[in-house]
Design a protein around this ligand. Structure first.
Ligand code: C2O
Ligand code: CU
Ligand code: CU
Length: 507
């Protein structure tokens, strides 16, 4: 692979200095003007000048767009039956202002990036009337949901341009949590997500242990890279940058929360907020930290933990989700920044030059109101029954190398693992190479039992687990309820698209 200084030069916006693109800590602290406006998620280009723009002197004269964090729209439930959620979802080309100040030919679900949120409750029967108005085949994959294989939106079930498809499934008890949806067409997932196709799924519990009074915030994290004309930068794979993207996974220079660049979230001193965070980026790993604050980590991919854990930071690899509580422990009027701290997931040859710079994601602004008393939080959230390792009938070894699993590339006509419905098995995922690969299994939530031979201290439901360079992760899974063919793959979308994927058949 090529290496050397200046590798990322072609990715920066014209007129944007490297400092501005990579957002040092000093940037947010130096703001003297705070204009709050309610520019939503990405809006049609014609409406973009409704947003306020301030001049940010500390970053070399780059205009910084300041707006309050907005929540993506919720998909409207068309069903009169209270136990059925029936929605319409359309993927189509759209010209949007993805990046403040420019217009982009994007792909969007129902016209917005991110797409609208699918809000569900445990027990709901779900009908999604999907329509593909794109010029290319696509699918909608419901990442993390335990639903029939025919509704999984895997590459086996493409929806042709102009065609419609109904996804029908039921949300089982215990599935409450934060999930997301994205396209999954063969070889084209990275391209379609980069064009703007991704959205959140929130499943509410029938009996949620956290106080209902906690204000809830959804943070869909993503990144993207643009050319000077505003188009999404998707270089030819034979170009220098294309080669780097294929190796690292395509990282963007612009970071988004709900499609917004550095939005502001307000918090009252003493308030406790519940955040649901999704890493919807193709390759960027977020190492989340909030200076001066800790997080109370309460959940991950498959919902809440047994107990809350107080942590200084949370590592969120591609496809993973986190539920956390943020406590307003600072004084009224103070301000801090949600950051992604440096995380070295790369091989040295293609590691971005600025990988060791923290990146700003969102400003947290305290209101001037007097502190409110903290609400009492539960010490116990819910029981997570342990999958029994003595019942495991097989150990599946998955060796990850660069672009391959067990030395093979994805073949749609091959079954890599055959298993019986209801069986419990252990997967041993070994990363043989010097970069991280986040490993994802469709259809079934699993429990990590060991990392490098060290037993996992806490039990959690996961569907995606980061396997760091040269490390081994063992997880246990039971193939409940749904037979069929399921994908497993690296969730760096470039790796997945190049064939770092296999097929599990449950019969
Ligand atoms: Cu998030 Cu196979 O996907
Ligand atoms: Cu998935
Ligand atoms: Cu990978």
């Amino acid at each position: 692979m090529p290496s050397g200084p200046g590798l990322l030069r072609c990715a920066s916006r014209p007129g944007a200095s490297r400092q501005a693109t990579f957002g040092p800590i000093a940037t947010s602290a130096a703001w003297t003007v705070l204009l709050v406006c309610a520019l939503g998620t990405a809006t049609p280009a014609s409406a973009q000048n409704k947003g306020a723009t301030v001049f940010n002197a500390s970053s070399g004269g780059t205009p910084a767009h300041v707006s309050s964090l907005t929540r993506p729209a919720v998909l409207e439930d068309l069903s009169p039956d209270p136990r059925t959620v029936e929605v319409r979802l359309t993927a189509s080309p759209a010209r949007l202002s993805l990046m403040p100040g420019s217009a982009t030919d994007a792909y969007a679900y129902n016209g917005t990036v991110p797409g609208p949120t699918l809000e569900l409750r445990e027990g709901d029967r779900v009908i999604v009337h999907f329509r593909n108005d794109l010029p290319v085949p696509t699918t909608v994959h419901w990442h993390g949901l335990h639903i029939p294989a025919a509704s999984d939106g895997s590459p086996f079930h493409p929806v042709a341009p102009g065609a419609q498809h109904d996804y029908v499934f039921t949300i089982l008890r215990g599935a409450a949590g934060t999930y997301w949806y994205h396209p999954h067409p063969h070889h084209q997932t990275g391209y379609q997500v980069a064009k703007g196709l991704y959205g959140a799924i929130v499943i509410k519990a029938a009996d949620d242990p956290l106080p209902a009074s906690l204000p809830e915030k959804l943070l869909v994290l993503s990144d993207n890279r643009f050319l000077g004309d505003g188009s999404v930068d998707l270089p030819d794979e034979h170009s220098l940058q294309g080669g780097i993207d294929a190796e690292n996974g395509r990282e963007g220079t612009v970071l988004f929360v709900n499609g917004q660049v550095m939005p502001t979230l307000t918090l009252r001193s003493g308030e406790v907020q519940r955040w649901r965070v999704i890493n919807a980026s193709a390759a960027r790993v977020f190492r989340l930290a909030l200076p001066g604050h800790t997080f109370i980590h309460v959940g991950s991919d498959g919902g809440l933990f047994e107990r809350p854990v107080e942590v200084a930071e949370i590592l969120l690899a591609n496809g993973e989700r986190a539920e956390l509580l943020v406590r307003g422990t600072a004084a009224p009027g103070s301000r801090t920044t949600l950051q992604s701290l440096p995380y070295d997931r790369y091989v040295p040859q293609t590691r971005p030059k600025d990988w060791n710079q923290p990146r700003d994601l969102l400003a947290l602004q305290y209101t001037g109101e007097a502190p409110m008393p903290f609400v009492a939080l539960p010490n116990v959230l819910r029981p997570i029954p342990a999958l029994d390792t003595t019942k495991a009938t097989a150990v599946r070894v998955m060796s990850l190398s660069q672009g391959m699993i067990n030395g093979r590339m994805m073949d749609m006509g091959r079954v890599d693992v055959s298993a019986r419905l209801g069986a419990t098995e252990i997967w041993q995922v070994e990363n043989l190479v010097g970069m991280d690969h986040p490993f994802h299994l469709h259809g079934f939530q699993f429990q990590v039992i060991e990392r490098n031979g060290v037993p996992e201290p806490v039990r959690r439901w996961k569907d995606t687990v980061n396997v760091p360079k040269h490390e081994t992760v063992r997880f246990i899974v039971r193939y409940d309820n749904y037979a069929g063919k399921w994908m497993f793959h690296c969730h760096i979308l470039d790796h997945e698209d190049h064939g770092m994927m296999g097929i599990l058949e449950v019969q």
